[in-house]
Design a protein around this ligand. Structure first.
Ligand SMILES: [Zn+2]
Length: 292
C-alpha cells in the first residue's frame, strides 16, 4: 500500500515484537518499512517501473539476493543492513495480506471516488493512513506528522547494498539515490496533495470505513475467487506475526547458516498486489481496471 505513514507505523509495531540478534535503530527500521513504495511517485529514472515490478515480479529473488548480499559482504552485524532487510520483510507481510481485501473492496466501490488518475485504491490507502496517524496521535502526544521522513534510508551507510540488490534483481540503477529523492517527493505530496485529496473524499468516510470489513462479511479473493471473511484489522495483526516468522527464518539463514533457501523462496514468492505466487499468469485478469 503506497501510504507511507501506515507502513512506518506497522514496521515499528513489528519491530517491538521481533528479537533481533543485534541492536537496531527503531526509526531506521520504520523508514525501511516504506520499502519499494518510496519509488511510487517517481515517473522518471526507471523508479516507477521498479515500484510496479518489485511489487509483482521476482519477489523471492529480491529477498534471496538481499540475504545473500548481507552474507557475502559480512553485514550481519551492520544494524542498518539488517534493519533494511527487516523493513522490507515487514512491508511484504502487510501488502501481501491486506491487498486482496483492498483490491476487492475498491473494486466494489468504484468510480465515485472520482479522482481518476488516483483511483479508489489510492484514495482508500491515503484515508487509512490518516486514520492510523490520528489513532497514534491520540495514544502518543509526542507523535509528529512527519515521523516517516525523519530517518533517511539513504543515509544509513548501505547505499551499495541498496544499489546492488535492486540492480541485480530489477535492473534499476541508483536505487539508493531514488530512496532519497522518493522521500522528498512524498514530502511534497504530504504537504500539498494529500489534504486536498482527503477533503475531496471526506463525504465517503463511511464507505471507506465499510471497506475495512470489520463486520467480517464474505468477500471473494480477486485472484483465486476463494470466499474469505477476514477484516482489515485481523489481516493487519496477522501480518505482524508473519513478519516475525519470516524475519526468524531469514535470521536462521544468516546467523545459523540454515540451509533453508527453498523455504525462504516459497515464503517470499507472493506478489505484493495479489498475495498469491507472482508467477500465476492469469492473475491480472481479476485486477484489470481496479488498480490504483
Ligand atoms: Zn507496497
Amino acid at each position: 500500500m503506497p501510504a507511507l505513514g501506515t507502513h512506518v507505523l506497522h514496521a515499528q509495531k513489528c519491530f517491538d515484537k521481533i528479537s533481533p540478534k543485534i541492536a537496531l535503530d527503531r526509526g531506521f527500521v520504520g523508514a525501511a518499512g516504506i520499502s519499494h513504495d518510496t519509488f511510487g511517485l517517481m515517473p522518471v529514472g526507471g523508479y516507477f517501473a521498479c515500484f510496479n515490478a518489485a511489487h509483482d515480479e521476482k519477489t523471492d529473488d529480491y529477498f534471496l539476493t538481499l540475504i545473500a548480499y548481507i552474507k557475502s559482504e559480512k553485514l550481519s552485524a551492520h544494524a542498518n543492513a539488517m534493519g533494511f532487510l527487516y523493513g522490507q520483510i515487514m512491508h511484504y507481510a502487510l501488502d501481501t495480506l491486506t491487498h486482496p481485501l483492498i483490491y476487492y473492496m475498491t473494486q466494489c466501490h468504484p468510480a465515485k471516488f472520482f479522482v481518476p488518475a488516483l483511483g479508489a485504491h489510492t484514495m482508500f490507502e491515503a484515508w487509512y493512513d490518516v486514520q492510523q496517524e490520528n489513532a497514534e496521535k491520540a495514544r502518543n502526544s509526542a507523535f509528529e506528522r512527519n515521523f516517516a521522513y525523519t530517518v533517511k534510508v539513504s543515509d544509513g551507510g548501505i547505499n551499495s547494498l541498496i544499489d546492488t540488490v535492486y540492480d541485480r534483481v530489477y535492473g534499476l540503477k541508483n536505487a539508493a539515490a531514488g530512496y532519497e529523492k522518493g522521500i522528498k517527493v512524498w514530502e511534497l505530496y504530504g504537504k500539498y496533495l494529500r489534504s486536498w485529496m482527503l477533503s475531496h473524499v471526506k463525504k465517503y468516510h463511511s464507505d471507506f470505513q465499510s471497506m475495512l470489513n470489520e463486520q467480517e462479511e464474505n468477500f471473494l479473493h480477486p485472484v483465486t475467487n476463494e470466499t474469505l471473511n477476514f477484516s482489515f484489522s485481523s489481516a493487519y495483526s496477522t501480518s505482524i506475526d508473519l513478519a516475525c516468522e519470516l524475519i526468524a527464518a531469514a535470521d536462521d539463514n544468516i546467523y545459523n547458516g540454515a540451509d533453508n533457501e527453498k523455504v525462504l523462496a516459497a515464503a517470499f514468492s507472493n506478489s505484493y498486489d495479489t498475495g498469491v505466487d507472482w508467477r500465476i499468469p492469469e492473475k491480472k485478469r481479476f485486477f484489470k481496471g481496479y488498480e490504483g
